[in-house]
Design a protein around this ligand. Structure first.
Ligand code: CU
Length: 263
């Protein structure tokens, strides 16, 4: 038979590979500038996933190269390989290890999403309308204040974006906020964001929606509360009919937030 595998050495090589890949990959700023309370959490989650992936990659590579080196046929050896029927220990290991990794990754992602979507008192609601190839926004008030192509939000206040697509599927994405959500005709989708850095950003449509998709962007301004109030006060109070219609028969199809009812 093949004898015992040098488990300790293979494990050491796997740990070394994981450490090396992680040391190169983790310090890289993959997602760019952070602009919301969700951003550090998402970026940390990505780093955890990088380390887990580095572990899986290293483990597979170590076993592959060990097998290539150890069981290579001698020159001139034309004989068939030894017939093997299963290996219970190996099968248990390759079922158990991925199961543990996937359960951990799923559980941790759940926790992060739950923290991000934790609803705060005094949140601001903004309606988002997407259509080929423009964005517009409505702010609740005495009436709806409406803005075309420019989104303003106050800093350090939770915002609930209620999204409405007027024609095809679009997707709302402000990279610095790390939050991305599809806008689907006929239903209302929600994204929860707390912007925490004053500045100007870009809202990008990230669902291929037609010929002008690449130019479907809007300016995003995160500003102080007084600046925001002043800006909203200066907006047109008349919401165009198609948007009003959508708001009138707004549906609430989102599932309850993950972990609703729990702490
Ligand atoms: Cu698009």
């Amino acid at each position: 038979m093949y004898g015992r595998l040098p488990i300790v050495k293979m494990l050491a090589a796997t740990v070394a590979g994981t450490a090396l890949i992680s040391a190169v990959m983790v310090p890289i700023n993959w997602d760019g500038q952070q602009g919301s309370t969700a951003a550090p959490k998402i970026d940390h989650l990505l780093n955890v996933m990088i380390v887990l992936s580095a572990f899986v990659f290293s483990l597979v590579m170590v076993m592959l190269f060990y097998a290539l080196w150890k069981f290579k046929a001698k020159p001139g050896d034309e004989s068939d390989g030894e017939p093997i029927h299963g290996n219970t220990r190996l099968e248990v290991a390759w079922t158990l290890i991925p199961t543990i990794i996937v359960l951990f990754a799923g559980g941790y992602s759940w926790k992060v999403l739950n923290e991000i979507e934790d609803k705060k008192d005094g949140a601001l609601t903004v309606s988002v309308f997407s259509q080929q190839y423009a964005w517009s926004f409505a702010y609740p008030g005495r009436d709806y204040a409406w803005s075309e192509g420019e989104l303003h939000v106050p800093v350090d206040r939770q915002v609930h974006f209620k999204m409405h697509a007027l024609d095809v599927i679009h997707s709302f994405w402000v990279p610095e906020w790390r939050i991305k959500k599809d806008n689907v005709p006929g239903i209302t989708t929600t994204a929860i964001v707390t912007p925490d850095k004053v500045g100007t950003y870009q809202l990008v449509c990230t669902e291929l929606c037609g010929f002008g998709h690449a130019s479907m962007r809007a300016k995003v301004v995160v500003e102080s509360r007084p600046d925001f109030d002043r800006w909203v006060a200066g907006l047109d109070l008349e919401l165009p009919a198609p948007m009003m219609e959508v708001l009138e028969d707004e549906t609430e199809t989102e599932a309850a937030p993950l972990g609703a009812g729990a702490a």
